[in-house]
Design a protein around this ligand. Structure first.
Ligand SMILES: C[S@@+](CC[C@H](N)C(=O)[O-])C[C@H]1O[C@@H](n2cnc3c(N)ncnc32)[C@H](O)[C@@H]1O
Length: 261
């Protein structure tokens, strides 16, 4: 498998533009999403660490562990520069395919891991709704803070079911609304007011964090995501809240026997 990112067929890189994609579920333009993540790639980790108050590494670790990756071939969709992928490898994955729409993110991943094949990692440019992989080809799929950005998330969930083997696991980590009301109020206040201001200091594209805040608010609740998973073939769906419900981790699996890994 190539370690050089090639442009995904579905969405050729657009001309550099600072137009933000639509934050709601409808009308998200993949080319604008791609361009926005290209712009934030450079200082992506610093911004995440600061804006999540240091929680982001914990969230990624929980996501990787929930995939039970030991011995498995795992597809990490919307991988960014590969933080979850590396965590999956640390937990014994046999091979991890880190797939992302943004060439900027993939380049950043290759800068950090110049010889990814040596550690069992491949970076692949791919759109979650049109994955360039064969049916039944991976043992588990993870997507961490990615699904909210995909133009058609239900179609992506169907694609994950297509490329995953019977019995494979899917783990989705995504921002959510805290369930405890007083905390929810404080959090939403932070999200809409403080986060975009903080981003001006730590991000290479602060406006992307206005998109982040708005897209989190527009993202459906836990039950809706679980319903999408069931509709696209995933069973045994369960959800676990992290950090007071700021993040929800959905997990499910495909019916059938998981192949020996
Ligand atoms: C917030 S980042 C998350 C990156 C990484 N998973 C992490 O936990 O740090 C979202 C990523 O989703 C990618 N993305 C957005 N839409 C996508 C799509 N349709 N297919 C694949 N990747 C996509 C973006 O390029 C970006 O790298």
């Amino acid at each position: 498998m190539s370690t050089e990112p090639a442009a995904p067929g579905a969405s050729a890189p657009s001309a550099a533009t600072s137009t933000l994609p639509a934050a709601g579920l409808q009308g998200k333009d993949a080319a604008l999403v791609q361009a926005m993540f290209d712009r934030v790639a450079r200082r992506y980790d610093l911004a995440n660490a600061v804006l999540s108050l240091g929680q982001d590494r914990h969230w990624r670790r929980v996501t990787a562990a929930a995939a039970e990756p030991a011995g498995a071939i795992v597809l990490d969709v919307a991988s960014g520069p590969g933080e979850v992928a590396v965590e999956l490898l640390r937990r014994g994955a046999r091979h991890v395919i880190a797939a992302d729409l943004s060439l900027g993110m993939l380049r950043e991943g290759l800068r950090r891991h110049p010889d990814p094949g040596r550690i069992g990692l491949s970076f692949v440019a791919a759109d979650a709704t049109q994955l360039p992989f064969a049916d039944d080809s991976v043992d588990a799929v993870t997507i961490c803070f990615g699904l909210r950005n995909v133009a058609d998330p239900r179609r992506a969930l169907g694609e994950f079911a297509r490329v995953a083997r019977p019995g494979a696991r899917l783990v989705i980590a995504e921002f959510a609304a805290p369930t405890w009301r007083p905390f929810r109020r404080v959090y939403l206040e932070y999200l809409m007011k403080a986060l975009p201001r903080l981003a001006e200091v730590v991000s290479s594209d602060p406006r992307a964090y206005t998109y982040l805040a708005e897209s989190i608010r527009a993202w459906p609740d836990r039950a809706t995501i679980a319903g999408w998973m069931r509709d696209t073939g995933w069973t045994g769906v369960e959800v676990k809240d992290l950090s007071g419900g700021i993040v929800a981790v959905h997990r499910g699996r495909l019916p059938g026997q998981r192949d020996a890994t």
